[in-house]
Ligand binder design. Structure first.
Ligand SMILES: [Zn+2]
Length: 250
């Protein structure tokens, strides 16, 4: 298994963004709901931001079903969770958060979702894209992978290849002045088989602060926070975010 984030900066093909070719130190993290990006990749996002990358979050649904608390209307949940995701992003150094606003819990694979994600990829032109692994329905025989997570992962993988790359897909983008874009690396969290680990030990407390910036979702109960921390700790006592990494053809 690869050693860690340094591989993004030079040791492994494709040797990081090539600025001479116009490749940018940008990473796009695409998540189904507010808070998913922080579970999946907040540590990596914080490390990238510290290393000078521009990291952007893209949240596909509006988060309008994410509470059992009858005090929340769906409309209040949308605005509350948007702000929580912005607060978490600020803690991590994530430069921007964009929202596509599809209805929480009702996401289906469609031309509309694919178009919206493709547009974001073509606008931001990231070197690396992080998202949910679309494949598992059951993760490690322990979790059901929420349908919105699977659809978000699938639409993002499809946007990366081939949709954003080929100019005849959604030609209206090209007419509006956007260019096709080749993403170089894809990182999937929530995978049953991972091949790349980022050592996030240096930023685990930053990740925890990003998670508790979602008070509509989690309390700050120390026992709960300890359980969460343990989730990312490996046998050597390091904290890691594990991904399935795909290096796209040049
Ligand atoms: Zn989610």
């Amino acid at each position: 298994m690869a050693a860690g984030l340094e591989d993004l900066f030079g040791r492994e093909h494709p040797e990081g963004p090539d600025e001479a070719k116009g490749e940018l130190r940008r990473a796009l993290v695409v998540a189904a709901h507010p808070d998913d990006a922080d579970f999946g990749a907040a540590g990596t996002a914080a490390l990238l931001a510290q290393a000078g990358w521009e990291v952007r979050y893209l949240v596909v649904t509006d988060g309008s079903k994410g509470s059992d608390d009858p005090a929340f209307t769906p409309e209040q949940l949308v605005t509350t969770r948007e702000q929580e995701q912005r607060d978490a992003a600020a803690i991590l150094g994530v430069a921007d958060v964009r929202y596509l606003g599809f209805t929480d819990g009702e996401l289906t694979a469609s031309r509309d979702v694919l178009e919206a994600v493709t547009r974001q990829v073509r606008e931001f032109r990231p070197f690396a894209v992080y998202t949910h692994d679309p494949e598992p329905v059951i993760i490690r025989n322990a979790f059901v992978n929420h349908s919105d997570h699977r659809v978000t992962g699938l639409m993002t993988v499809d946007a990366v290849y081939p949709t954003a790359r080929d100019r005849l897909n959604f030609p209206q983008h090209i007419e509006e002045g956007l260019e096709p874009h080749k993403v170089r690396e894809l990182y999937l969290w929530g995978a049953n088989e991972t091949n790349f680990e980022v050592d996030i030990s240096a930023v685990i407390e930053t990740k925890m602060r990003a998670l508790v910036a979602h008070p509509s979702q989690f309390g700050e109960d120390p026992e709960f926070l300890d359980q969460m921390r343990t989730f990312w700790r490996d046998e050597q006592g390091r904290y890691v975010e594990a991904f399935r990494r795909i290096v796209m053809f040049r």
